[in-house]
Ligand binder design. Structure first.
Ligand SMILES: Nc1nc2c(ncn2[C@@H]2O[C@H](COP(=O)(O)OP(=O)(O)OP(=O)(O)O)[C@@H](O)[C@H]2O)c(=O)[nH]1
Ligand SMILES: [Mg+2]
Ligand SMILES: [Zn+2]
Ligand SMILES: [Zn+2]
Length: 458
């Protein structure tokens, strides 16, 4: 609960009403004493008749006054108590209603910067700029809280609270409450070693979502914030200019996020977390990646050129084409094992637990050296359940052919909802600086992973 330095003023019936009650009690008692002493002081200079009169009057003021005082004070206190109780009941009901409403709607807020779940953001008073950490129905107010500067702030989901400037209580990253607090959320992690194609997947995923997937399902598309939009626009320009994405250097970059909206359906946010692949090369680098506690899906990027079999067969051609620096070198089984170990070590996922959240294995870069002839890429973003199963089985079998038996076995041992995809988001088979993004396969991954967690979304 807020400390004594909390920047709002307590509701009258929880704060000032008690001070007023104390003053009334003290004041009426003092009046009794003053009136009785007044009569008593007159006794000395009076005859015996007046002495008896003033004496009994003083005594009756003390007795009668105290008697009335004893009746009035509890009545006053109970009126204050009953009103306070009624107000307390209304704020508890409103607060509970808000929580139930959030549960029914399935709205969750995950900070795109620190990955933590936000139960209640901090909101800023637009007048004095001070932050309020408990802007919810409480003893500070049922519908509004009054900031110490005098400004009234809406404190419930019914009012315009979401229009206030908001921030994450964990790391103070600014959030857009209108979008982030009032939407369902998909939290998807892109996992894979350096150079495995995560960033390329991310750029193609947002392009595909914006240009086709959202529209095909009747949703409008918008980036949730300027940073996400700028990042994707910059990467798209880089791909056009240089034929490649840029290396991700940050170990804990913010998620790139977009919001899908449809009348009668509300808002749905998609957060993709893409860190530098180096974080998956050691088991101690994921400890502050709080998003792993709230994942609704994982995409594991599998660069086939990191598999020993393909590597040995094609390395000389890759080198000849100057493409050897564009492929991953860490074995995918090592990445998976370290990832699972990190989940166990940092997020308490037991080593024998079967993970239920969907895992997409995206075998990527299939445009390179015509690898697509061995494993054709997915060309339809809306696969039927039957088509998906057949294609997933075919890709799984091809991975086993390519010597990834241990990897497939580990995936199937630890994950209960797995699908395999064959993609080539970036088409630049000659290694030149010309490249084009192919979003179809990536969109099929996104389509599956979004509805695997929220079947009613599309
Ligand atoms: N030809 C081709 N190249 C790709 C494809 N996907 C990624 N690449 C290239 O592979 C290299 C690595 O891709 P990124 O997406 O940056 O890899 P990453 O996993 O984000 O790597 P880090 O940022 O180091 O973790 C880049 O040179 C990309 O251009 C693809 O589908 N086809
Ligand atoms: Mg990257
Ligand atoms: Zn945060
Ligand atoms: Zn203020």
């Amino acid at each position: 609960m807020p400390s004594t330095t909390y920047p709002a003023i307590k509701h009258y019936w929880f704060g000032k009403a008690y001070t007023d009650l104390k003053i009334v009690i003290k004041d009426s008692h003092q009046r009794n004493v003053d009136t009785a002493s007044d009569y008593w002081s007159k006794i000395t200079d009076s005859n015996w008749f007046l002495k008896i009169f003033y004496g009994t009057t003083a005594a009756s003021v003390v007795v009668g006054g105290t008697f009335v005082w004893l009746i009035i004070v509890p009545i006053h206190a109970s009126i204050v108590g009953v009103i306070a109780l009624a107000i307390m009941a209304s704020f508890l009901v409103l607060d509970a209603a808000e929580r139930i409403y959030l549960l029914i709607k399935g709205w969750t807020t995950i900070c795109r910067s620190c990955g933590e779940r936000i139960a209640l953001p901090e909101f800023q008073c637009p007048k004095c700029m001070i932050w309020h950490s408990q802007l919810r129905p409480s003893s500070y107010g049922v519908w509004t809280h009054r900031c110490k500067c005098g400004h009234q702030l809406s404190c419930s989901f019914i009012g315009p609270r979401h229009q206030l400037k908001a921030r994450c209580p964990h790391d103070h990253a600014i959030i857009d409450a209108d979008i982030e607090v009032r939407s369902t959320t998909s939290v998807i992690a892109l996992v894979g070693p350096p150079n495995s194609g995560k960033t390329c997947f991310q750029v193609a995923a947002f392009k595909g979502l914006r240009d086709s997937l959202a529209k095909a399902n009747g949703f409008s598309f918008a980036f949730s914030n300027r940073d996400s939009e700028a990042f994707i626009e910059d990467e798209l320009k880089t791909i056009i200019c240089s034929g490649s994405t840029r290396k991700t250097v940050e170990y804990r970059p913010s998620a790139v996020s977009a919001v899908l909206e449809k009348p009668g359906h509300g808002k749905h946010q998609v957060l993709l977390f893409d860190a530098a692949g180096e974080v998956y090369q050691a088991s101690d680098r994921l400890h502050q990646h709080n998003q792993f506690k709230h994942l609704t899906g994982t995409v594991l990027l599998l660069d086939p050129f990191s598999l020993n079999d393909i590597r040995h067969r094609h390395m000389h051609r890759l080198k000849a084409a100057g493409l050897d620096h564009r492929v991953a070198t860490t074995e995918i089984i090592d990445i998976l094992d370290r990832f699972l170990f990190s989940l166990q070590r940092h997020f308490g996922v037991p080593s024998d637990r079967v993970i239920a959240s969907p895992l997409a294995i995206a075998v990527t870069k299939l445009d390179l050296l015509d690898l697509g002839k061995e494993l054709p890429v997915t060309v339809n973003q809306d696969l039927t359940q039957h088509e998906l199963q057949a294609s997933s089985q075919r890709i799984r079998d091809k991975l086993i052919d390519w010597g990834a038996m241990g990897f497939v076995a580990q995936v199937e041992r630890r994950f209960s909802n797995v699908a395999y995809f064959a993609i080539a988001p970036l088409k630049s088979s000659d290694g030149s600086s010309r490249a084009e993004l192919n979003t179809v396969g990536v969109s099929s991954v996104l389509n599956w992973i979004l509805i695997a967690d929220k079947p009613k979304l599309f």
